[in-house]
Design a protein around this ligand. Structure first.
Ligand code: AMP
Length: 631
């Protein structure tokens, strides 16, 4: 067996040979001529000259050997339903969806926006898009009209695929009215909307624009839609993520590099085999959902579980009952979900046989040691943290269990993964910090490995300026996370360097929330910060200055305005972005040059010392915050 150190070294020192080997994990219609073209840094073009198709590799390729094996298990504890699809059945459904999209005019290069709950049709739609060379842009179902409108405007989809409703905790969440409102708000209008009717909520259909999936499916029951072979560098999708500005960025990913990266990750990181079952509890609206609910398990010929529902409903043992029933071998979740389960009766974990599990991977936010220890003691399997980002598409830091199994060290997501030239750099000088245990910005030298973002959708300048120019003096990719590395090469993540916060593993831009709150007629100014939360990791907290503060000295008036602000955020951005509290203050802490001192606010809200405040305009500003929070 190769040691991981040797495996990593080879990926960095002989990248062409390394990735040429990995490229054999997928099918190519034309093999690549060049492994990596990095002639225009920081733009990396992987597997140039190769043509392939993501859907072929995820579905069609398996028909020869495992057509009757289970590919997709869609479970909803919201509608109390379970449906399994073999690879052959998935192949048929994806073709029907692809035929429906083609009937609505979708061609190679067109965008299709998918705003769907966690139902099998969402997977069909994603796979159907890449089958015909169209780009999908999945928008998390928890986002509301304003967020959706911004994404429709940026992606300019020809078609939107949606459904009547999702459901959360037994409560129906209608999607169609939000979608209609978003389309009305957006300057770009999709030419068609394809609707899955689950029979959960009534839908008003716009004649000529809105189409019924059931009807189109029936028309195309036997239509065969061949895979469109695309260049390896052809974009497969865009996925929006928050940054420091109010405008979300469309992370654009290629086809060949992504397929190779995911297939390789399944082998080397997750050690997944055909016939095994992967259960990722995330949502298709997030990158973990794209990579490890949909593409990677299917590329590997495994069965993948899609789950709609809460981890605690109908009872806190529901996930373990799924593990038992489907003999789940690989489970992937987020620390917040485990913290939620930790609050329940521990006996739920003893009720089910979970001995099929090989390991539990957790990602999306810092994994605290006590949570890791608790779930480790309960499951008796390795608990493996993994650190990555929407931008990377697959883990940057973790343990490569398929190369050399290692014991996780709680508190650390692990080591640099093969292909990633991970560095810690001094944020002021750009110098690399090579000695152990020095805090620096976690950065990655180009070229980024296959699978990582190609660019920001239609904005190469933003890609370069945002990610590659934030470290002084050198062109290097910044993750915007602080980190340290110990003498054994294990990294530790110490929080973001920017204004991005992480609530229950969901990445939110504080600017986006601020812009939304500031659109309330009685809000003059607002600062949103992330405050440590024992369950969700962080919670958003808003500090606002009212335009007209008359009457705001009464608690009822404050509560009323706070309620209005929360409603506005729910309506515009979605409940995921709703601040836990909105506090009203007379003035916000700012520097003399007018920059908001978010970090000082955050420190006070967390009961920490705000540090050096000599640049602060009005020292009384923090005093009021202290009094408000009783700090
Ligand atoms: P997202 O793009 O939504 O996946 O968010 C990525 C960000 O989440 C990273 O830049 C980190 O700030 C944080 N993050 C993701 N995984 C981890 C982890 N395992 N440990 C600590 N932070 C993490």
């Amino acid at each position: 067996m190769t040691s991981y150190a040797e495996f990593y070294r080879r990926s960095i020192e002989e990248p062409d040979a390394f990735w040429r080997e990995q490229a054999q994990l997928i099918d190519w219609q034309t093999p690549p001529q060049q492994i990596c073209d990095y002639s225009q840094p920081p733009f990396a073009r992987w597997f140039v000259g190769g043509t392939t198709n993501l859907c072929h590799n995820a579905v069609d390729r398996h028909l020869a050997n495992r057509a009757q094996n289970t590919a997709l298990i869609a479970i909803s504890t919201e509608t109390d339903s379970e449906r399994s699809y073999s690879y052959a059945e998935l192949h048929a459904e994806v073709q029907r969806m692809a035929a429906a999209l083609q009937a609505l005019g979708v061609q190679k290069g067109d965008r299709v926006l998918i705003y769907m709950p966690m139902i099998a049709e969402a997977a069909f739609a994603m796979l159907a898009c890449v089958r015909i060379g169209a780009l999908h842009s999945v928008v998390f179902g928890g986002f509301a009209a304003g967020s959706l409108a911004a994404r429709i405007e940026d992606a300019e989809p020809m078609v939107v695929v949606s459904a009547d409703a999702g459901s959360r905790g037994g409560k129906v969440v209608p999607y169609k009215p939000l979608l209609d409102e978003a389309i009305a708000q957006s300057r770009h209008k999709p030419s068609a909307v394809l609707l899955v009717d689950r029979g959960l909520a009534p839908m008003q259909r716009q004649p000529g624009r809105d189409h019924d999936w059931a009807a189109l499916r029936a028309q195309h029951l036997h239509t065969s839609v061949p895979c469109v072979w695309v260049e390896a560098t052809h974009p497969s999708y865009t996925l929006y993520t928050s940054g420091t500005t109010g405008k979300p960025k469309g992370v654009q990913r290629d086809t060949g590099g992504y397929a190779v990266a995911l297939a390789a990750s399944m082998k080397h990181i997750f050690d997944g085999q055909p016939g095994q079952t992967f259960f990722t509890t995330s949502d298709i609206g997030w990158v973990v959902g794209h990579s490890y609910i949909i593409y990677a398990p299917l590329l590997a010929g495994m069965a993948t579980v899609m789950y709609e529902g809460l981890p605690t409903r109908p009872h806190p043992g529901v996930w373990w009952s799924i593990v038992e029933k489907y003999r789940v071998t690989h489970m992937f979740s987020a620390p917040t979900a485990v913290r939620v389960l930790k609050k329940q009766d521990p006996s739920w974990l003893q009720k089910y046989r979970v001995d099929s599990l090989k390991a539990l991977w957790l990602a999306g936010e810092p994994l605290d040691e006590s949570t890791a220890q608790w779930i480790s003691d309960a499951l008796h399997v390795p608990i493996i943290d993994n650190y990555w980002q929407t931008e990377s598409g697959w883990p940057i830091l973790t343990l490569a269990q398929g190369v050399e199994p290692q014991t996780p060290r709680f508190g650390s997501p692990g080591k640099a993964m093969y292909g990633y030239r991970v560095k810690l750099v001094d944020d002021a000088t750009g110098e690399e910090l090579t000695a152990p245990n020095h805090k620096g910005v976690l950065a990655i030298e180009g070229p980024l490995p296959p699978g990582c973002m190609q660019t920001v959708w239609r904005d190469d300048a933003r890609f370069v300026n945002t990610y590659w120019k934030s470290i002084p003096g050198r062109l290097i990719y910044s993750t915007f996370d602080w980190g340290i590395r110990d003498a054994d090469g294990y990294y530790f993540i110490l929080g973001r360097t920017d204004d991005v916060i992480n609530v229950a593993g969901h990445r939110l831009g504080t600017r986006e929330i601020e812009e939304c709150i500031a659109s309330h007629p009685n809000i003059a100014e607002v600062a949103v910060v992330g405050v440590a939360d024992s369950l969700k990791g962080q919670a958003a907290m808003a500090f606002a200055v009212a335009r007209d503060a008359t009457g705001l000295d009464s608690p009822e008036a404050r509560l009323k305005l706070e309620g209005e602000v929360m409603k506005l955020v729910d309506h515009q951005l979605g409940a995921v972005a709703r601040p836990a509290r909105v506090h009203f203050v007379n003035v916000l802490p700012k520097t003399r040059s007018g920059k908001l001192l978010r970090r000082a606010l955050q420190a006070v809200a967390e009961g920490r010392d705000p540090g050096d405040l000599t640049t602060m305009e009005d020292p009384a500003a923090l005093q009021q915050v202290r009094e408000l929070l009783g700090r």
